[in-house]
Ligand binder design. Sequence first.
Ligand code: ADP
Ligand code: MG
Length: 621
Amino acid sequence: MAVRAGCPRKVSYHSRSATEVPLGSTLAGTGANAATRIAVLPSAVADQIAAGEVVERPASAVKELIENSLDAGATRIDIEVEEGGLAAIRVSDDGTGMSPEDARLAIERHATSKIRGVSDLVGVATFGFRGEALPSIASVSRFELVTAPNVPPGTRIRVSGGALDAAEEAVRQRGTTVTVRDLFYNVPARRKFLRSARSEWRAIVDAVTNVALARRDVHLTLAHQGRALVDLPPTARLRARIATLWGSRSADRFIDVSDIHGPLTVMGLAERPSDVGTATRRAALLVNGRPVRDAGMIRAAEAAYRSTLPAGVRPSLILEVTLPGDMVDVNVHPAKAEVRFRDRWTVERAIEAAVRRALGTSDSAAVFTHWRPAPRAIDSAPPNEAAPYFDEGNGAGSAILPLPAAPSDDDTLFAIEDESDAATQQPVERATLTADIIQLRRTYLLYEHDDGVVLVDQHSAHERVLYDRLMHAFEAGKMPSQRLLFPETLHLSSSELEALDEHRADLEKVGFEIEDFGGQSIVVHSVPVLHARFDAMRCLRETLASLTGDRGPAVHSRHEHLVATMACKAAIKAGDALQSSEMQALLRDLSHVSFAAHDVHGRSAVVRLSWMELERRFGRR
Ligand code: ADP
Ligand code: MG
């Protein structure tokens, strides 16, 4: 770039052996003889090449400029865009601003105020540190920087295609405004590859959204073609920011994730399984406040949904991971959009565990869609988070399913200890179920609870309970099974036989003892004992039938797929009349499983209607 003082390296041609190439000849210099094939590029060319890495499109310029403003301590950043950023981008902030000297240095390559040496790179807290963004952008655009520190004077610098046009005094309040016009006007090859103004604009909105999610303490505005489109005042809460960005309905789709694993914190929002797939999917990750892309982390979060979602459907997630700076390297990507972890496995497991825990809470149960009383003033306040039904105070008994309250004045809902687990772990608290449970249409169980009315789908709930039990049996390697007095013979189709071969070992693990009987027949000697109404042979046949020709969806491992199928076939059905004791037992069992709120296909098993909601519907509030 023209503003930089050149610093050509001196090369001694005499000491050079025949096979060496000159280290420091430049294209502009006289050293470009026939023997010279490697040359140091003039800085303007180097800037343009680097520009390709740092700014691939208008959105990346926007991102770099916003990050500079954040690094300068801005509390307000205004972003204006013309034609998707292809015509013009302007980012103004109220940050520290720059002195005249710093302003000149800022547009030089590797000029940065943020680090001084390699050691500063470990745990670097600023967004920038490479000192590449401004020179890169200025080398491929008509660039203007207007900046002023606390004490005047301010400075205006104009650069076109990397060549300094003007540097003069200017008047401005403290802060910095960078205007970038005609991006890539002097690099036709790049300009050609830019997409339409509309898709560039979308990319800019994404970039601004990422920053908005990360830095909720900063007031951000975004305008396109002179029209103000987004105004994001500062807020402490991620949920509130999402409500302003995407509307309060979107914010309602999420449950809170909040977990600590040693030095690692995982916070954020995860979409309720019952809402997944019904609106645009959005995923955002922040590592130590920095928006990053990381497929591995997303996969880990999605793994937590396993068995609550049908294959191929992906949840929306906004997750913030905080960890000590020396556990993460942010300097692995020119645009700093990727990070490297010292121990990726631990990070991913922590994410999975955090999301899993969030999904296991009662708050993830589907709520009745929010009904708003007609013409009242627009409710711009962030939506209330549903209060958890139980405190998750002491250890193992986390609040999963709101159970009917005991009418006694005893203030603990949990009375009986779980006998089977008592020896090995914290006692699992067990609810005393004394309230009435009503079966509706032989399909749903209804009961009241301190905080509202709860509806449970009996099949989905039972399926979930059985799934949990079978999975445990799998992990423990033993399922209670019963030897049949008279072994039963089954005739299978060839595809059912194939399915049997595929899953035989797993079927044995869950308690089926099966022997080949020649031809298409098998003999079953033992069957699992699941519940009183369980018809083992019918379940086996139906399970095999539904596993035929089906290798199982990729997200589920094979045995999970088998177990899910079996649980579905073995569960009580809609239409089964249940006795009061059976309903009690089912709800009690359900209160002990994880993901109680969803069946294995991701449908809701539990729907809650809070008194508050009910009162609102009846106009009592
Ligand atoms: P980096 O951000 O990697 O340091 P940049 O090229 O983006 O490199 O910016 C170079 C330097 O210019 C920064 O280190 C900072 O000192 C200064 N600077 C850039 N933008 C601003 C701004 N908006 N406010 C104050 N200083 C800025
Ligand atoms: Mg920067």
